[in-house]
Design a protein around this ligand. Structure first.
Ligand code: 0L1
Ligand code: MG
Length: 270
């Protein structure tokens, strides 16, 4: 398939996802893919999924921490769309059979009480629009081989979105110091990373403001009731069959995620 426009780029990425077959960078084939056009590819994928019955439930930020930016070699945060099909209930294992190369990252999650749209949104106005703060896990799954991409590639790929979990503990935004809220991430009992909310753009509310302003520049908004994932606090860690990943937050509770194949999740493999 020749990739030289929005429709063909979106189709190629959806095919990689459906076939569980990682692919090369879109920008290697379509060298003219710029950031604005990559957002159109992302929107086309969302449009196609919604046409098949999915639903937009929020916004995510990616690459908001130095840990993630350094790992991916990209210093620009980005936004993407959260779909209902990405929601993973807290007690359900990560469905490894449906994913290509999943990685897990702990995040601070906002549930919005008010609509937010840039330009001019500050961290203070952003936080005032938040109803509840939760801990969360995001499971990312790049459709690019070995997570190798340039910024337009990953924007087109809806920022590697695959699944996310929102923890059941929640607090009002004025009842928690998100700058100092800490997380310890462990894999199979070994602590592999720690971070505080300051790792996310200096403060998770700064990330939220950034998203509102970026969406506003494209005529979009974060709606009341929507979920916002503010970006991985730490680098993401791979998850395999039988792995248990725990994120222990100081005030937002502890989340546990396990990886399982369909045999273990009880899904029909036929
Ligand atoms: O949620 C994220 O930070 C993902 C952003 C895209 C880069 C990646 O795949 O890690
Ligand atoms: Mg993330």
């Amino acid at each position: 398939m020749t990739i030289n426009d929005v429709a063909s780029a979106s189709a190629a990425l959806r095919s990689a996802e459906d076939q569980r077959q990682a692919r090369g960078r879109i920008t290697d084939e379509w060298t003219g893919l710029d950031l604005a056009t990559a957002h159109q590819v992302q929107a086309e994928t969302v449009r196609a999924k919604v046409a098949e019955g999915d639903r937009v439930v929020g916004t995510k930020l990616g690459l908001t921490s130095r840990a993630k930016q350094q790992r991916m070699g990209i210093s620009s945060p980005l936004t993407a769309v959260l779909l209902e099909s990405y929601v993973l209930p807290a007690d359900v294992p990560v469905p490894l059979d449906r994913l290509i190369q999943p990685r897990v990252e702990p995040e601070i999650v906002f549930v919005m009480g008010k609509r937010l749209q840039g330009p001019g949104v500050t961290a203070a106005t952003a936080l005032a629009a938040v109803e509840r703060v939760h801990a969360g896990f995001e499971v990312i799954d790049s459709r690019y081989r070995d997570y190798s991409f340039a910024l337009p590639d990953v924007v087109a790929d809806n920022a590697s979105s695959a699944c996310f979990v929102v923890g059941s503990t929640s607090v009002a935004p004025d009842q928690i110091d998100l700058l100092l809220e800490a997380v310890a991430l462990s894999v199979n009992g070994q602590t592999v990373a720690t971070a505080t909310g300051a790792a996310v753009q200096g403060h998770p509310a700064e990330a939220l403001a950034l998203a509102a302003n970026e969406l506003g520049s494209r005529g979009l908004a974060i709606e009341a009731g929507e979920i916002v994932l503010t970006g991985g606090l730490t680098d993401a860690v791979p998850i395999g069959d039988g792995d248990q990943i725990v994120a222990e937050f100081t005030h937002l509770g502890a989340l546990v995620l396990t990886g399982a194949t369909s045999k273990k999740t009880g899904e029909d493999n036929a």
